[in-house]
Design a protein around this ligand. Structure first.
Ligand code: NCD
Length: 309
């Protein structure tokens, strides 16, 4: 694989290979010194044109644990503010010797454009509403470990709840979960659904909650109120939020997931730290292992994971 830009482009074999590789990386991360020399001499550059806490830090940590050098391009203090184009910016950074770009941008498709301008590998860390493939990988890996699964999600019932229409996380998760065999249902007000969906839609969360193995909540973005796509946050919580009553109706083994950042009191109307099924912090931890897997798969040919520092 040269790039990791979307789940669909990578395909099921690569997704399974990366999940298996993430298991090795998780083992590295449990060592007292969680670092291997696998990517020594390689340079990874984070280019984030949109805000991020966990994704950017997670890629940075992943690169460091594989002994790669990491550059962080800070858009807010760069020549982008002087009007430099995306292409010139990428070509300038590439000229310094970069093996992989990790890119986040508000426009869909930017990772594909960037790969036309550089010989480096390109990893999509979120493009517009389109895709966020490493989030999907970490979500699959979290489900697989928490429910003691292999790479087959056959029979698993997963509901993705919230603003599906504007969510790159939802789009990538739908692809990855169904690729592994899960039954995915989307739960949202009609105004927050895309015009076409490949999986069933449900508008009443209470009709399905008792049958779920995984409930995946999306961030309810404040902007959606000003656009009048939902009447009020309170009403949203009443119909689609995870309230204490709904949490009690979930099966005992069911997982509660969220990509972060969460809006407490809106989609998450309970304290997730009090829910035994919440794997939200595991999602963050697993993000490092899956991003190590992606970086190693793209850049690590010829090196091995076993030798120590
Ligand atoms: C998401 C994103 O930015 O796509 N966050 C993340 O990467 N964990 C989801 C969101 O912003 O709601």
């Amino acid at each position: 694989m040269k790039h990791f830009r979307s789940v669909d482009e990578a395909g099921p074999d690569a997704i399974r290979r990366l999940l298996d590789l993430a298991d090795h990386m998780a083992e590295v991360n449990r060592r007292p010194n969680p670092k291997v020399p696998a990517l020594r001499g390689k340079t990874v550059c984070n280019v984030f044109f949109e805000d991020s806490t966990r994704t950017r830090l997670s890629f940075e940590t992943a690169a460091k644990r594989l002994s790669a050098d990491i550059m962080n391009f800070a858009v807010s203090s760069s020549s982008v503010n002087k009007g430099e184009s995306l292409r010139d910016t990428i070509e300038t950074i590439a000229a310094m010797g970069v093996d992989a770009f990790v890119i986040r941008h508000k426009s869909s498709g930017v990772p594909w454009q960037v790969s036309d301008w550089t010989r480096a590998s390109v990893i999509n860390a979120g493009d517009g509403w389109h895709a966020h493939p490493t989030q999907a990988l970490l979500d699959c890996y979290t489900i697989r470990t928490a429910l003691n699964r292999t790479n087959s999600f056959d029979g698993l019932k997963i509901a993705i709840v919230g603003d599906i229409k504007h969510s790159r996380v939802a789009r990538s998760d739908i692809s990855a979960f169904t690729m592994l065999g899960a039954d995915v249902t989307l739960v949202a007000p009609r105004t927050l659904l895309p015009p076409e969906t490949t999986v069933p839609v449900e508008t009443n969360l209470d009709d399905i909650i008792e049958d779920l193995d995984v409930i995946y909540l999306l961030r309810m973005q404040q902007e959606r109120m000003t656009e009048s796509l939902v009447p009020s946050l309170r009403e949203y919580t009443t119909r689609f939020g995870l309230t204490p009553e709904r949490a009690r109706r979930l099966p005992e083994h069911a997982l509660i997931m969220h990509p972060g950042p969460m809006n407490r009191g809106v989609e998450m109307a309970v304290d997730p730290s009090e829910l035994p099924g919440s794997v939200i912090t595991q999602q963050v931890t697993n993000g490092i292992a899956v991003r190590m897997a992606v970086l190693f798969d793209l850049l690590g040919s010829g090196s091995n994971l076993e030798e120590n520092e």
